[in-house]
Design a binder for this molecule. Structure first.
Ligand code: S3P
Length: 439
C-alpha cells in the first residue's frame, strides 16, 4: 500500500469542455483551424468522429495536435450513420444544439450511462427554435433531431444552471436569423462564449441584478462569419484535481501541475480546499485561447471540515466526488448541499460517493440534494472494491482515496477513466503512487 510521498511536476490532459467546443466551433468555421493540447479521451474522440460524419475534415497530427477543415456556419451535412457520443453528455447535448438548426435528421445514441441521462433540458428549448426531437420516454437517448427548416431565434432563461444547455442554445443560434439570447440566473462555465469570441463571433454579455444576484444575458447574432483560428487547449482543472488532492492527503508530498486552465467558473474546488486548510499555491499565470492558465502546487496538509456554500456548486460541479474524498481525511464534518444535479451526471454521484465512502469505513450521510462527510482527521480504513457505475470521476476519486487510506482500495471498472483522463494510472504512478492491477 503506497503510504510514501508523492512528488513531481506534471501536466494533465487537455480540458474536456474546451476540447469538445474547439472541435465543434472549428467544424463550422471557414478555413483550417489547428488545435493543440486536445484531450484525446474517448469522449472527445467521439465528438471528432461525429463531426467527420457530418462533413467536417479532421486530421490527427499526433500528441493532441489536430487540424479541422471547417464547413462554415450551416454547412454540416446529413451523416450516413448514427452519431454515437459514448459516455459524453457534453458531446451529445452540444451537438444536438449545433444540429437543431441544420435542416436534416440526425440520430444520436450513447452508452448505457448516457442513455439514462435527461435530454429534455436541451430538447425543449431546441424545439422552440423549430427543431423536432423524437425520443423515447423522458427524452432519453437514442433520439433523433430533425433540424429546423426555418430556425427561430429565442430568448431562453435557463431553468437549471447548465453550461451544456446554454451552449446548445447558443450553437443552435449560430444558424438562426436574428439574435439568440440565453439568460442564466447563476453563472456557469463560459468556455463557449470565450471560444466563440476567439473565433471572431461577437457575443454580447449583459448583467442585471435579480434576487440579490446578477443574471447574465448572453446574446449572439445568427449567421456570423466564423474564421478559422488556432486553439491551444489548457490542462483540465477537473483532471488536475486528482493528483493535487492525492498530494494533499499523502505524507511529505508536493506536486505541481503546470498549465492548468484557471477559468474562475471552474475553480470552486481550489477555493474550498484552501478553506479546508490545504496548502495550494498558484504561479506563472498566462493565457491560452482567451482562457487563463496557471501552475498549481499542492502540498501535504491537515484539513478541517467546512460547509460548502451551495451557490458555489456550478463552479465545482464535477469536483464533488474528489472533494468528498478529501473531506473523508479532514477533521470534522464537511457539508455539501444544493447538489440535485449530481444525481443525473454520468452516475447518481451522491449515491455512488455515499456507498463508496461507507464501504471504505467513512461516516457519511446522504440527503436528497447533498452529502455530509464526517472525517476523523485520520486516514479512512479503505480496503474495499468500489463500484464506479460507468463514472470516470467516481473511479479516479476512489483510487486517490486508496493512495492514502490504511488499506488498498480497488474499483470494479477502471475502463471509463479513459473518457476524460487517458494515462491516469501511469501519471499517478510517475509521482509515486502505486496504482495497478490487483495482485
Ligand atoms: C460541462 C458542463 C457541466 C459538467 C460537464 C461538462 C460542459 O454539466 O458537469 O462535465 O462542458 O459544458 P452541466 O452543464 O450539465 O452542468
Amino acid at each position: 500500500m503506497p503510504k510514501g510521498s508523492l512528488r513531481g511536476r506534471i501536466t494533465v490532459p487537455g480540458d474536456k469542455s474546451i476540447s469538445h467546443r474547439a472541435l465543434m466551433i472549428a467544424a463550422v468555421a471557414v478555413g483550417q483551424s489547428r488545435i493543440s493540447g486536445l484531450l484525446e479521451g474517448v469522449d472527445v474522440l467521439r465528438t471528432a468522429a461525429a463531426l467527420e460524419a457530418l462533413g467536417a475534415g479532421i486530421s490527427r497530427g499526433g500528441n493532441g495536435r489536430y487540424q479541422v477543415d471547417g464547413v462554415g456556419v450551416g454547412g454540416l451535412t446529413e451523416a450516413g450513420q448514427v452519431l454515437d457520443l459514448g459516455n459524453s453528455g457534453t458531446g451529445a447535448r452540444l451537438l444536438m444544439g449545433l444540429l437543431a438548426t441544420h435542416p436534416f435528421t440526425s440520430f444520436f445514441t450513447g452508452d448505457e450511462s448516457l442513455c439514462r441521462r435527461p435530454m429534455a433540458r436541451v430538447a425543449q428549448p431546441l424545439s422552440r427554435m423549430g427543431a423536432q426531437i423524437l425520443a423515447r420516454s423522458n427524452f432519453r437517448l437514442p433520439l433523433a433531431v430533425i433540424g429546423a427548416p426555418v430556425p427561430i431565434p429565442v430568448i431562453e432563461r435557463l431553468a437549471v444552471p447548465s453550461a451544456q444547455v446554454k451552449s446548445a442554445i447558443l450553437f443552435a443560434g449560430l444558424n438562426a436569423p436574428g439574435e439568440t439570447t440565453v439568460i442564466e440566473p447563476e453563472p456557469t462555465r463560459d468556455h463557449t462564449e470565450i471560444l466563440l469570441r476567439h473565433f471572431g463571433v461577437a457575443i454580447r454579455i449583459e448583467e442585471s441584478p435579480e434576487d440579490g444576484r446578477f443574471a447574465r444575458a448572453i446574446t449572439l447574432k445568427g449567421y456570423p462569419e466564423i474564421t478559422a483560428r488556432d486553439v491551444v487547449v489548457p490542462g483540465d482543472p477537473s483532471s488536475a484535481a486528482f493528483p493535487l488532492v492525492a498530494a494533499i492527503l499523502a505524507q511529505d508530498s508536493e506536486v505541481t501541475v503546470t498549465n492548468v486552465g484557471a477559468n474562475p467558473l471552474r475553480f470552486g474546488l481550489y477555493e474550498t480546499l484552501r478553506e479546508m486548510g490545504a496548502e495550494i499555491s498558484f504561479a506563472n499565470e498566462g493565457e491560452a485561447a482567451g482562457e487563463k492558465v496557471v501552475d498549481i502546487t499542492a502540498k501535504s496538509s491537515r484539513l478541517k471540515g467546512v460547509v460548502v456554500p451551495s451557490e458555489r456548486a456550478p463552479r465545482m460541479i464535477d469536483e464533488y466526488p474528489i472533494l468528498a474524498v478529501a473531506a473523508a481525511f479532514a477533521t470534522g464534518s464537511t457539508v455539501m448541499q444544493g447538489l440535485s444535479e449530481l444525481r443525473i451526471k454520468e452516475s447518481d454521484r451522491l449515491t455512488a460517493i455515499a456507498k463508496g465512502l461507507t464501504a471504505c469505513g467513512v461516516a457519511i450521510e446522504e440527503t436528497e440534494d447533498g452529502l455530509i462527510v464526517h472525517g476523523t482527521g485520520r486516514p479512512p480504513a479503505g480496503g474495499a472494491t468500489v463500484k464506479t457505475h460507468l463514472d470516470h470521476r467516481i473511479g479516479m476519486s476512489f483510487l486517490v482515496l486508496g493512495t492514502a487510506a490504511k488499506n488498498p482500495v480497488g474499483v470494479d471498472d477502471a475502463g471509463l477513466i479513459e473518457t476524460s483522463f487517458p494515462g491516469f494510472a501511469e501519471l499517478m504512478n510517475g509521482i509515486g503512487a502505486e496504482l495497478g492491477a490487483p495482485a
